[in-house]
Design a protein around this ligand. Sequence first.
Ligand code: BTN
Length: 265
Amino acid sequence: MSPLFARPIVFPVIDSTNRYVAEQARDGAPEGLVAVADLQTEGRGRQGRTWVADAGSSLLCSMLFRPNLGVEDFHFLLTIVGLAAHRVVEELTGVTCEMKWPNDLLIDGKKVSGLLGEVVALAKGYALVVGIGINLCWEEGFPPSEGDEELVTLAERATTLAIVSGERFDRDDVLTRMLSSIEIDYSRLTDPAVRMEIMNRYRSACGTIGKNVRVEMAEESFEGMAIGVSERGALIVQTLGEIRELDAADVIHLRTTTMPTSSAP
Ligand code: BTN
């Protein structure tokens, strides 16, 4: 186990490891706190969604950072966690995995992992909780093919490491490998050259770049081509009329190969 993330706390059941770690952050817990759950009853996803995972099917964990960085640079932490997960998934499965902006992991176009960063305001400064879910192995019959709409959608849009590789991976081994990889990048993050190298690694892994995408935000949605990711982690999208930089949005990869010809309101 890596020195920073020395002693993960494992919960058989908890509402959300992100919620727990954020609470601990407010109570003064040290950087490097890691909470792992066999099951979450209120797993949190991006954009206010829920994260659903059957008991024991996934790596569900959250880690606490108290970075010596401005909040505007906190995205680097999500990037290094996403890259660590990407590396471990490819190493273990031998299967190509792509990152979907900002930090989903897709295999064969299906989601195998998602990341949620939550900034915690403290009396002085900010901490960051980064939570990750990696689908390892679903039991027979999960997710169901009919009934609960959310679960049915999960079956259509998500996959597991077991499905793509035919192997069952040990959760704690996946966690240990991932934490070691995160720690290496984290210890070098104050060096601007390292940050640049991290962003370049991210761009190489990011399958969103070069794809036509549909961008969905609370107040608008539009289509365009993703042409890059900026140093601050924003997705750069070329639409018919302009180039836009997105800090946060839902992005859907489109199958079209030509530039979309119309943008929807
Ligand atoms: C996403 O929507 O893609 C992000 C999902 C993040 C899920 C993980 S599971 C462990 C941690 N605890 C939570 O409540 N959420 C994150």
